[in-house]
Design a protein around this ligand. Structure first.
Ligand code: PMP
Length: 353
């Protein structure tokens, strides 16, 4: 399909890409590259799913302001959907998330309200709830909204099933931010591919589910307090400081077969390896999920097929630790290349980075 009524028609339908150079040879490793969505992340699906569900239910009125608390990708997806459909959008975001994210949302016409990082995800959500209540704005409630998981059951899961029809599908590896991807895909896999093992990765610094400690909730499912097992981690978009309702439901329905901890440096290295050795340019959580897939491969029987989610593009992380070792100036090696031919021999070059 190459012709669409609007940009919204291009959400989903992302490719499953075989990883060759950085995958062990005894398994087949595929990545579902969500960077192919129009605004570069898996959250474009949720944005379209929750807005269209609210339009259908009548909860969202024409021209009503939409508001959400987000680590960025949801806000960027919502900004695209709201721009196309004509809803004003306010995004509440902790000031620790990358500057690229803020600028992208503002470029797409949204207002971005920043909360101090010290107040954590729960602080950002509380501010969002207060604003929505005070102004009568439509809150998308990505962490609790069943339309989030539904969109993945209706799009992400069938895409995986179609692409792997008639093939082995031994493991599906993911992380969680809201748990929309996890709950929505896993429940369909359980039904349609009951032999597929569902593997969930958490940051080593925030093993919330692995800690076994229950999340305290308000009656509406929002967190009553931050989770004690949470510490800051570099996987922006994964594991907020609480177990979201949608994630908790996936745990309670026994949709998870294995939990894996991913140290931050491993996630960053995996993302860099995917770019430099495979040409797959994806973000930190994609690297983290891939690191999880490599751990699965260590004990997977030869011939297994492992599928991992790659939630967003690497371009969203230029100002983050992912690019910390990537210089902007020429290195000594690059200067040597410049000097290896006579043209512009007298040009003064800056000191190597
Ligand atoms: N990775 C990134 C970069 C994200 O922004 C998100 C969503 N916050 C996720 C992974 C997790 O997706 P989900 O909300 O469906 O669990």
């Amino acid at each position: 399909m190459a012709k669409f009524d609007s940009i919204l028609g291009t959400v989903g339908g992302t490719p499953l890409v075989r990883i060759n150079n950085v995958a062990p040879k005894h398994v087949t490793l595929y990545a579902k590259v969500e960077a192919f969505n129009p605004l570069g992340s898996v959250k474009d699906r949720l944005a379209l799913g929750v807005i269209e569900a609210a339009e259908r239910s009548g909860e969202l009125k024409p021209g009503q302001t939409v508001i959400e608390a987000t680590s960025g990708n949801t806000g960027i997806g919502l900004a695209m959907v709201c721009a196309q459909k004509g809803y004003p959008l306010v995004v509440v975001m902790a000031d620790s998330f990358s500057v690229e994210r803020r600028k992208l949302m503002r470029f797409l016409g949204a207002k971005v309200v920043l909360t101090p990082a010290a107040l954590r995800a729960t602080g950002m959500i509380n501010k969002c709830l207060e604003l929505a209540k005070t102004h009568g704005w439509f809150l998308t409630r990505q962490f609790e909204n069943e339309a989030n998981a539904d969109m993945h059951s209706r799009t992400t899961a069938p895409e995986l099933l179609a692409d792997l029809a008639g093939e082995r599908f031994d493991y599906w590896v993911t992380g969680y931010g809201t748990g929309g991807t996890l709950k929505g895909v896993a429940r369909v896999l359980r039904r349609e591919r009951p032999d597929t093992k569902i593997v969930v990765c958490e940051p080593a610094d925030a093993p919330l589910i692995q800690s076994g400690e229950a999340q305290q909730r308000q009656p509406d499912g929002t967190p009553a307090a931050g989770h004690p097992a949470w510490k800051p981690h570099p996987m922006q978009g994964w594991t907020p400081d609480f177990i979201p309702k949608l994630t908790g439901e996936a745990v309670d329905s026994h949709l998870i077969d294995r939990l894996i901890s991913i140290p931050g440096p491993e996630a960053l290295k995996a993302s860099r390896d995917l770019a430099a050795k495979e040409g797959v340019f994806v973000g930190i959580t994609a690297g983290a999920t891939f690191a999880g897939a490599l751990k699965v491969a260590e004990t997977a029987e030869p011939g297994s097929t492992i599928v991992c989610m790659m939630p967003d593009t690497g371009e969203r992380y230029l100002s983050t630790p992912l690019f910390a070792d990537t210089p902007a100036e020429m290195t000594a090696e690059e200067i040597a290349i410049f000097r290896s031919t006579p043209l512009y021999a007298d040009v003064e070059l800056p000191q190597p980075a």
